[in-house]
Design a protein around this ligand. Structure first.
Ligand code: HAM
Length: 428
């Protein structure tokens, strides 16, 4: 009996991996251009890191983490997100002492035990970027501009950027009390989950997907109307900077995030084609996070994009993408040795062409007919055939697979470098 993959854990075969890899590469290029440097962090952390940073009463910490005891009993968790691990690394390596401002990004798998559906996996990949050491509104605007630049370069059609502010410790507690009282007055209309969390985390009632909760909270007070002077001014400046750049954004008066470390500017990006799981990326400011995990009182802001969701959004808009990328990956030349004697030269010519940057697939082992079929199936542009006759004359036979007429050219087998490429390219 065969052993299937675990539910929610997907294989990406070449066609899908090509699209995913392209998204990650383009995103990394844009981030490098914005001055970000890559970091590689472990996928396993101590459970307490996430409990302390993401928050004990969030969905992620309450029910979605893959947590297990290590052999010595230490509780470990497969990272459900990248911001807390990056903050942990930042504190551990005293990165604030290297530079006042750090721009770091990461690409890799995250794990959440959610109910799998389209766009929702238990292992998914994020490209995340964190700007640490700045609290001024320009940093927020810069981060959002960076996010928009990544989406544009990747080619996501018509992303919607929703922006809100979650205030800070000066204004949020009073709002939390107000919202708790609002919720308590209608608690019989709220779901069990919301009722249970009302005391510790009343903001969650704004984010609940239950129809009853949505109706009951439709006229709830909004935090953006209750910001203190400092948060209000900060948010106003961020908005003005975005407007001045002509960035299309919408104010989301109910934006709450599933992670407790956020303060002030928070945001989410959605795209068409994803159904219920519309968020292709999200992020926000987390000024207290580093201090909370034992580090310096340093501010930060960042975002993470869901790579699989980006792929769904791209393919919904451009159904031919996968096929086009596969065609681009076809070998330019299929080198075909006929018989054992030709193999040495076939391998040598393949290496010479590859050294010049040509995409080469090496055939071998089978009959001319089956090798031709294979070259055809791979979509090879040209075939370079080496048989006994070719060996004797030191001239390989070149065939252009895209030409209807069965035209054949002879290529000097001992050519090297650019001369070899030119000779093979002449069939074009
Ligand atoms: P998040 O909103 O939890 O934020 O996740 C960011 C993105 O990851 C989502 O918008 C979505 O595209 C993708 N994602 C999340 N869960 C899944 C899933 N189960 N399957 C597929 N994709 C998923 C964070 O993780 C924060 N660390 C973002 C951040 C960075 N905030 C500041 N810096």
């Amino acid at each position: 009996m065969s052993i299937p993959a675990v539910r929610g854990f997907h294989d990406a075969l070449p066609e899908a991996a090509r699209v995913l890899g392209r998204i990650e590469r383009i995103a990394a290029q844009v981030l490098e251009r914005h001055g970000f440097s890559e970091v590689r962090l472990p996928i396993v952390e101590r459970t307490e890191l996430f409990a302390r940073s993401i928050g004990e009463t969030t969905d992620i910490v309450e029910k979605e983490m893959y947590t297990f005891p290590d052999r010595d009993g230490t509780l470990l968790t497969l990272r459900p997100e990248g911001t807390a691990p990056l903050a942990r690394a930042f504190v551990e390596h005293h990165l604030d002492q290297r530079d006042q401002v750090s721009r770091l990004y990461y690409v890799g798998p995250m794990f959440r035990h959610e109910r799998p559906q389209k766009g929702r996996l238990r292992q998914f990949h994020q490209v995340g970027a964190e700007l640490i050491g700045r609290e001024d509104p320009l940093a927020d605007a810069e981060t959002l501009v960076c996010l928009v630049d990544v989406l544009e370069a990747v080619g996501v059609p018509e992303p919607r950027l929703l922006v809100g502010s979650l205030g800070d410790e000066a204004c949020r507690p009073a709002y939390r009390d107000e919202l708790r009282a609002f919720g308590e007055a209608r608690s019989e209309r709220l779901c069990g989950n919301c009722r249970r969390r009302l005391d510790k985390n009343p903001l969650r009632i704004l984010d609940c997907k239950e129809e009853g909760c949505r109706e009951a909270t439709a006229d709830a007070p909004a935090l953006v109307d209750r910001l203190c002077a400092a948060c209000g001014e900060h948010f106003a400046q961020v908005r003005a900077l975005l407007d001045a750049q002509g960035i299309a954004w919408e104010l989301d008066r109910r934006l709450v995030r599933g992670l407790d470390y956020y303060v002030r500017t928070t945001f989410e990006v959605t795209a068409a084609g994803l159904g219920a799981q519309g968020a292709i990326g999200a992020g926000g400011r987390y000024d207290g996070l580093l201090a909370q995990i034992g580090g310096p009182a340093t501010s930060g802001i960042g975002f993470a994009l869901g790579v699989e969701r980006l792929r769904i959004a791209l393919e919904a808009a451009d159904p031919g993408l996968e096929q086009r990328l596969s065609a681009e990956a076809s070998p330019t030349v299929f080198v075909m040795p006929i018989g054992a004697a030709a193999e040495v030269d076939a391998l040598r010519i393949a290496r010479r062409l590859r050294a010049e940057g040509v995409r080469v697939e090496l055939g071998g082992g089978r009959s001319v007919k089956s090798q031709m079929r294979r070259a055809d199936k791979l979509g090879a542009a040209r075939v370079l055939l080496i048989g006994d006759e070719e060996l004797a004359a030191r001239r390989a036979t070149l065939r252009d697979m895209r030409e209807k007429a069965d035209q054949r050219l002879a290529v000097d087998m001992d050519l090297e470098g650019a001369a070899l490429v030119a000779a093979v390219g002449e069939a074009r």
